[in-house]
Design a protein around this ligand. Structure first.
Ligand code: AMP
Ligand code: MG
Length: 362
């Protein structure tokens, strides 16, 4: 579909209360745009989403055009109450209700068999649909007032790091969409956990803030799609079609270093000493002092992702730091690795994808 240039309305909303938001004139404006087939970017608790009427084929197609997204990569459909699931999904298993009760509203997306009413453009031609009930009140009031399920992938240009601030959305989407709601920086910072409930055993398709450990507590057994941890060969297909694309990728060449702490620090120190081109080092607060003590090399930019004692803050900062690397114009990025338990699994999944699974064991 041809991309038309349009003026993008930007509105800042500071209200937090759900009842007040239902009456807000900017929410009403955004809801009208969505109902009528336009595109609105809005904050959720995970990342900013790019919303369209999920039941309108033409509207869903506009999302792919604005993002430059491959048309086989389906969209997540956002709803404002659990009962809305019945309109768009069928053969709903019992485990769905248990997971929804525990983690909705929240950063968890569930894949179910879709009903005919969901157009192919929304489901990427699959016979399933991915559904989420977000917690963010701006998102929930927008969906409720629009009165339709809202298809909303992350509001970035396809392949770029997901947006965690309205300014990131503006960078990628200004002139391509009808409206951006600026609701401040998002809370979590990595996209929702995706769980496929269409097979016998629930399968984790994308790790997020609802961790594998939390899912196992409710489901007992959970399979993990191999695309999460490893680069698949061309003949293998991940179950979440989006997971096969190079993703979250900054412009520079990126690699991850893995190893025990001292070896990693030695490797980084030698890089700092020798760097003859722009390199960004992504590290943790705890390592800043020792890396800075190597002395000044103007080619090196040292950026902290946060404290190792607070993995949530690392998830929160991740995409913002990757975008900062683009702004710094470095040609190489070297990032530290993290333990893959809890939210660390989501952090490592995004870092590995950003690095194209380029990992150095030191
Ligand atoms: P985004 O909203 O940009 O984070 O992307 C949505 C993600 O959900 C992509 O990785 C999709 O491949 C995945 N997804 C959406 N619908 C389905 C579905 N029906 N089955 C499996 N994965 C899905
Ligand atoms: Mg995305």
């Amino acid at each position: 579909m041809k991309q038309e240039i349009k003026e993008t309305i930007v509105k800042k909303i500071e209200k937090k209360d759900l009842k007040e938001l239902y009456q807000d004139s900017d929410i009403k404006l955004a809801a009208d745009i969505i109902k009528n087939g336009g595109l609105v970017a809005f904050p959720t608790e995970t990342v900013y989403g790019l919303g369209a009427n999920a039941l309108m084929e033409e509207a869903a197609k506009k999302i792919y055009a604005a993002k430059g997204r491959p048309s086989d990569n389906p969209l997540i459909v956002h709803i404002s109450k659990v009962e809305d699931v019945w309109h768009i999904a069928k053969r709903i298993p019992h485990i769905f209700y248990e997971l929804a009760k525990k983690f909705w509203p929240g950063p968890m997306t569930l894949v179910l068999k879709k009903k005919e009413i969901v157009p192919d453009a929304t489901s990427g031609g699959l016979d399933t649909v991915a559904i989420r009930l977000p917690e963010n009140n701006i998102a929930r009031s927008l969906i409720e007032v629009a009165g339709v399920p809202v298809a909303a992938p992350s509001a970035n240009t396809s392949g770029r790091p997901s947006p965690t601030r309205a300014s990131h959305v503006f960078e990628d989407m200004n002139g391509r969409i009808d409206m951006i709601i600026d609701g401040g920086a998002v809370g979590i910072g990595v996209e929702s956990t995706i769980v496929d409930l269409t097979g016998d055993i629930p399968t984790l398709l994308r790790p997020g803030a609802i961790t594998l450990e939390m899912l196992i507590e409710i489901c007992g057994e959970v399979e993990v799609d191999p695309a999460i941890e490893n680069l698949l060969s061309n003949s293998e297909a991940p179950k979440a079609p989006g997971m096969k694309y190079k993703h979250y990728a900054p412009k520079a060449d990126m690699r991850l270093i893995k190893g025990n702490e001292n070896d990693v620090l030695d490797y980084l120190r030698s890089k700092i000493k020798k760097a003859d081109h722009g390199i960004a080092i992504l590290t943790i607060d705890e390592h800043l002092k020792v890396l800075h003590s190597e002395g000044k090399n103007n080619n090196i930019k040292i950026l902290s992702l946060g404290s190792i004692m607070d993995m949530e803050s690392i998830a929160h900062n991740l995409f913002d730091v990757l975008r900062q690397c683009d702004e710094l114009g470095v040609s190489e990025i070297i990032s530290e690795s993290f333990d893959e338990s809890g939210i660390g699994r989501a952090i490592m999944n995004r870092l590995k994808k950003a690095a194209g699974f380029n990992i150095i064991d030191v």
